[in-house]
Write a protein that binds this ligand. Structure first.
Ligand code: UDP
Length: 441
């Protein structure tokens, strides 16, 4: 059934639902809208969430799983997620090369996702065109590609600076908003981050970004035209977004979460979720529970057990939380909130939830997929960034698009207290301001 006339595109995806989902969206778009033959070379940790995403798209694109082998001697449990991903994707190169070489019909194009840029030289071995797909904002792309310059020009830790970082043609970036890998320049993940930015502009024929002009026109323009930035970003950049999931109204089985939402009044429920990997400390979990209770708003909370002080404690295990009611919440919380709140401990049907008429707000960690899904559903946000580039996204949501509120302190610096949570929830769900935000979307 292989049509020899069709261009064949192979796309490499790195572990993490926030990476896999945009790759599958890109693959699906290329296959259904542009009628290309698409193979996704998926490096995943085999969670049920990843499996079901792969299953859902297997009818339009080819999926080849890339084995990783035993990584235990290479991975240090104390290393950051970005370091883990870099090590995994370096290791995956052998499997990627074998997979391509075993294909009856060789690809014409190789697209590497942001963590697999070291696979781009494989394209040269097979004489393929090569692109990197960064499913992030132009804000992030300008920062990661320009980081090689900052690395030379800026002395000391970025986070110790009071002056924002200047990126040519773009709005300055507050030092407290830099992505996690830039927080400590002595950490391995910083070296990986600088290296990735260099890879993007030296190893690829072009950079695809999941963004679009209405979302951040000025920075897209700068990436394409600003002379100083172009002297670093020498390859073409393409704003191909928004690539975001559609609600699956015809979904086979109605989730219990949706059944519960069906019974709630229109616009009355605050959806609370920290993406596929986000976790809160025990203290922050208690404050959040108490804040929700004080606010007297209805809520649907995708909840995970605290993992020490880690903010990305579920990154590699997305949606595989322990069964049964959480035992780490304030005493009596479950009983007192049973009529207004639903706690969800596994993978949630997020897109269907955000498109449900009962949802009136979204307390989100600001992963870019979640931000797009929220905007698409017309749902205003409480921006609660935790890790990766989420602080950058939060500032777009609250300061540029003005479709969200955020706590006075960064949740990664200080525990957000219950009173502030109560206030934000009321502001979003009950006030005129919340209504305006909803209209803006
Ligand atoms: N997601 C979901 N159910 C969950 C948690 C996450 O469907 O219980 C989806 C969410 O809709 C989004 C993706 O997983 O599409 C997470 O990507 P995002 O960029 O928001 O954050 P990340 O998880 O990468 O931090």
């Amino acid at each position: 059934e292989l049509n020899q006339q069709k261009l064949h595109v192979a796309i490499v995806s790195s572990p993490g639902m926030g990476h896999l989902i945009p790759v599958l969206l890109l693959g699906h778009r290329l296959a259904t809208v542009h009628h290309l033959h698409v193979t996704v070379l998926a490096v995943t940790t085999e969670t049920s969430a990843a499996e079901s995403q792969l299953m859902d798209t297997a009818h339009t694109i080819n999926i080849v799983k890339i084995p990783l082998g035993d990584l235990s001697s290479l991975l240090n449990p104390h290393d950051a997620v970005v370091t883990h991903l870099a090590v995994m994707m370096r290791q995956a190169r052998h499997g990627i090369r074998c997979a391509i070489s075993a294909m009856a019909r060789r690809p014409d194009v190789l697209i590497a996702d942001l963590f697999s840029s070291e696979s781009l030289p494989i394209a040269d071995e097979f004489r393929l065109q090569k692109y990197v797909y960064v499913p992030c904002s132009a804000r992030f792309v300008s920062l990661i590609t320009y980081c090689q310059v900052l690395d030379k020009d800026v002395k000391g830790q970025y986070v110790d600076r009071t002056e924002p970082l200047v990126i040519p043609g773009c709005d300055p970036v507050r030092c407290e908003d830099v992505p996690d890998p830039m927080l400590d320049r002595n950490d391995q993940q910083y070296k990986e981050f600088v290296r990735m930015g260099i890879d993007f502009v030296t190893l690829s024929d072009g950079i695809l970004m999941n963004t679009w002009t209405d979302f951040e026109g000025k920075r897209i323009k700068a990436l394409k035209n600003n002379e100083i930035l172009r002297s670093v970003v020498k390859v073409p950049v393409y704003d191909i977004g928004p690539l975001t999931r559609e609600a699956d109204e015809a979904g086979l089985e109605k989730s219990k979460a949706i059944e519960w939402l069906d019974k709630q009044p229109v616009g009355s429920v605050l959806f609370v979720s920290f993406g596929s990997g986000g976790t809160l400390s025990a203290e922050q979990t208690t404050e959040l529970a108490s804040g929700l209770e004080l606010s007297q708003q209805r809520f649907l909370w995708v909840i995970r057990p605290p993992v020490g002080s880690s903010t990305d404690g579920a990154f590699f295990t997305a949606g595989t939380g322990p069964d049964g009611p959480p035992d780490y919440l304030p005493e009596g919380f479950l009983t007192r909130t049973q009529n207004v709140g639903l706690l969800w401990t596994t993978w949630a049907p997020q897109v269907e939830i955000l498109n449900h008429r009962s949802i009136g707000g979204f307390l989100t960690h600001c992963g870019l997929n979640s931000v797009f899904e929220s905007i698409k559903g017309g749902v205003p946000m409480i921006a609660w960034p935790l890790y990766a580039e989420q602080r950058l996204n939060a500032s777009i949501v609250t300061e540029e698009m003005k479709v969200g509120v955020r706590p006075a302190v960064l949740p990664t610096k200080k525990v957000v207290g219950r009173e502030e949570i109560e206030k934000m929830a009321r502001r979003l769900m009950e006030s005129e301001e919340g209504k305006k935000m909803r209209e803006r979307e």
